[in-house]
Design a protein around this ligand. Structure first.
Ligand code: NIG
Ligand code: FE
Length: 411
């Protein structure tokens, strides 16, 4: 099947050459073609250009998009959308004065979600999770990473990862799976962290490899959770099983996790609300993508990742949602892009680069999605009629999506 999208007001994030990611000042450059056409053949992008050079394709299905723009779908490189139930009770507790930390220390937080998930059947978990996946696709996400980490037992971690595998099989967007067994210490191991690490690395990890259930390994490297030494141990074991690291780090405290991530070739280091100069320094000239999660900062009222300083110092940055029941019960990348502009002083160009090509890189998908490039998947958003692409973050809390196409198919 051939499709010809005609009269595109502006075709956004056009990359003639395949690139891996953009960093520093280049993040402020967003290549576009005004008054453009786009050709899709069998789900892939095969041609694009200015309407003056629009080819005559008698066999093509023509789609006129006058007044509307086309941009690649969002690449959400950090989510926890497989979870059971919700935690709006804790949300109300926070409104009434308890802190996220106090709630976690009282048995809420991650352990609360783990308890719920352990009591939920795989079928029910799948059904709850697929609704969230469908919702984020409607909101323009065309590639996503999903973590385990609300299981915290062998059975429940494998259950989560099998649900992610089923989502991969049943949905047409690229999905990457991350093993986050080291998300919190379960109560039964409170006095025996070594025992839990042994369970994760010697029992669960080999099973994950055997069933090919994960692409990446993650750790919540944080005071009161997993130390830098624990992180090093886990990342080393993950790498030995072929899993590249993507880690939670510097969310509440800066304890040296970024340096450890870089040392073990982490594909990404995520959160980064608390950044010291030496943390920024450690990321320079590496292949590790820093990932900011502004919806988490918004929801928990914690600092935003210092994007301006990081980009001005030459670093790349990706944006993701962190969709999860505790710190970010929202998977809306449109809100993430708007919040990055409003609260982190990123320009629309920087935010769109961060949420497309850089997000793709943070999932190892930069050759498949994240830009309008010949050969890539035809995963893109057709906007409503808008005056300029800056209108996308400007109209915060709303979205400007008219249609979402995945592999050239309208969703
Ligand atoms: O990325 N920080 C660690 N994990 C999640 C939140 C966990 C939860 O509260 O359920 C996050 O923010
Ligand atoms: Fe997270």
């Amino acid at each position: 099947m051939i499709q010809l999208f005609k009269n595109i007001k502006e075709l956004i994030q056009v990359r003639e050459q395949q690139i891996d990611f953009v960093a520093g000042a280049d993040m402020n450059v967003l290549p576009t073609i005004k008054n453009a056409y786009l050709v899709v053949k069998n789900g892939r992008i095969t041609d694009f250009g200015n309407m003056d050079n629009c080819p005559n394709l008698p066999a093509a299905i023509e789609i006129d998009v006058t007044d509307k723009m086309i941009l690649p779908t969002w690449c959400d490189s950090h989510t926890h959308i497989v979870y059971a139930g919700n935690r709006e009770g804790e949300f109300v507790d926070r409104i009434n004065g308890l802190s996220y930390e106090e709630i976690a220390n009282n048995g809420g937080g991650i352990l609360n979600s783990a308890k719920k998930l352990q009591q939920t059947s795989e079928e029910d978990l799948y059904n709850q999770s697929k609704l969230r996946l469908e919702e984020i696709i409607q909101l323009g996400t065309g590639a996503v990473e999903i973590k385990s980490g609300y299981g915290l037992t062998e059975e429940a971690e494998l259950k989560m990862l099998r649900v992610i595998k089923r989502l991969k099989e049943n949905y047409s967007i690229p999905i990457k799976a991350t093993f986050l067994g080291a998300h919190a210490l379960p109560n039964e191991f409170k006095k025996n962290k070594d025992g839990y690490l042994k369970l994760l690395l010697e029992t669960i990890l080999p099973k994950i490899t055997e069933e090919k259930l994960a692409d990446y390994i993650d750790v919540f490297c944080e005071t009161g959770y997993f130390s830098v030494a624990d992180t090093a141990l886990i990342l080393k074991a993950g790498l030995a099983h072929g899993l590249l690291p993507k880690i939670h780090v510097n969310q509440f405290t800066a304890i040296g996790g970024i340096q450890t991530g870089v040392k073990y070739n982490a594909l990404s280091v995520d959160h980064l609300e608390e950044m010291r100069d030496k943390d920024i320094e450690a990321l320079k000239n590496t292949k590790t993508m820093p990932v900011a999660l502004p919806s988490c900062s918004y929801f928990l009222s914690i600092p935003y990742t210092p994007a301006r300083k990081m980009i001005d110092e030459g670093l790349p940055l990706a944006l993701a949602t962190d969709f999860n029941p505790g710190s970010t019960p929202s998977g809306n990348m449109n809100f993430v892009v708007a919040t990055a502009c409003i609260k982190m002083k990123m320009t629309p160009e920087e935010a769109i680069n961060a949420a497309t090509i850089n997000g793709a890189y943070a999932m190892g998908l930069e050759k498949e999605v994240g830009s309008i490039t010949i050969g890539k998947k035809a995963n893109f958003i057709i906007t409503k009629p808008i005056s300029s692409y800056a209108f996308i973050p400007y109209s915060f809390g709303m979205h400007q999506i008219e249609d979402v196409y995945i592999n050239g198919e309208k969703i």
